[in-house]
Design a protein around this ligand. Structure first.
Ligand code: NAP
Length: 289
């Protein structure tokens, strides 16, 4: 299955490498071309000079770019050059509306489209253990299953086009609450002048243990927030979730608070920090004496 990859960022690089290990990676393209050249040298895939060149060379194309406008741009540039029957799998986190528009464009060009946003962080992208939430036609999911299985361990077909993105929105609302809970609790522990290394070690083994505490706890208490998942990207996701909630006439108070907290951090120049940078707003700055 000749597979191309578009968007070699924090997530895409690890995902593309796993396609390479599975013997599926044929071609790569990245807006900043150096990243594509480096991965091509490492894997033997072709670094394409344009999206049209990549589209013409592949029967499956995985995209993982930042936001709605970026997905629309990338799919728009590939569509005229797609081979009939090509499947585009978009792993970016975007709105259901963008997924549906992208699907229309790809189907209009004789191909098919799956929205397949992912969860599991850069670690999951690196080690191929991502969870994939897939929307689209059943037969298309089955056709590209080897590609999906090279990217992740848990692959769930959630329904028709857009159902993957709807599921990812649920995931992002949950992540907002977890981030609020973990950063607030650790700041509380800091104010109590506890040894936070020990707090994390013991709490992680009990009912409050979770992925975010395991992966980001030790770095956040040291004031280190390398991405990871840039908080500007989660801010983008929460705007999507809050728009969806508004149209359903329900409220998502934790998501609204988190979106506003991220906006404050972005205004201070911290948009490229990991989402654990929320700790900056909570920390009392009182280390154990
Ligand atoms: P990232 O490190 O910022 O990488 C973004 C990638 O998209 C880069 O390759 C960038 O190219 C490319 N890109 C952006 N705009 C583009 C455009 N207009 N045209 C072409 N390429 C464009 O972001 P990331 O963390 O990998 O996230 C990618 C997607 O996965 C996002 O939708 C994010 O919400 C989602 N996601 C992230 C995580 C996470 O933990 N990081 C987890 C799950 C889902 P350049 O190299 O030229 O900048």
């Amino acid at each position: 299955m000749q597979t191309g990859f578009v968007g070699l960022g924090a997530m895409g690089l690890g995902m593309a490498r796993n396609l390479g290990r599975a013997g599926l990676l044929t071609a790569v393209w990245n807006r900043t071309p150096d990243k594509a050249r480096a991965l091509a040298a490492e894997t033997g895939a072709t670094a394409c000079g344009s999206l049209a060149e990549l589209a013409a060379a592949c029967e499956v194309i995985v995209t993982c770019v930042s936001a709605d406008a970026d997905v629309r741009e990338v799919i728009g540039l590939m569509a005229p050059a797609l081979r009939p029957g090509t499947v585009v799998i978009d792993c970016s986190t975007v709105s259901m509306d963008t997924a549906r528009r992208a699907a229309e464009l790809v189907r209009g060009a004789g191909g098919d489209f799956l929205d397949a946003p992912v969860s599991g962080g850069v670690e999951g992208a690196r080690n191929g253990s991502l969870a994939l939430m897939v929307g689209g036609r059943t037969e298309t999911v089955e056709k590209v299953r080897p590609v999906l299985e090279a990217l992740g361990k848990r692959i769930l077909h959630m329904g028709s086009t857009g159902a993957g993105q709807a599921t990812k929105a649920v995931n992002q609302v949950m992540c907002a609450g977890i981030n609020q809970a973990v950063t607030e609790a650790l700041a509380f522990g800091q104010a109590l002048e506890l040894d936070l290394d020990k707090v994390i070690e013991v709490v992680a083994g009990g009912a409050a243990g979770n992925w975010f505490l395991d992966k980001r706890g030790m770095t956040m208490i040291r004031g280190s927030f390398p991405p990871g998942f840039k908080l500007a990207l989660h801010h983008k996701d929460l705007n999507i979730c809050l728009e969806m909630a508004e149209s359903l006439e329900i409220s998502l108070p934790l998501s609204a608070q988190t979106r506003d907290d991220y906006a404050e951090l972005m205004a201070q120049g911290y948009g490229d920090d990991d989402i654990s940078g929320l700790f900056r707003l909570k920390s009392t700055g009182r280390p154990k004496g």
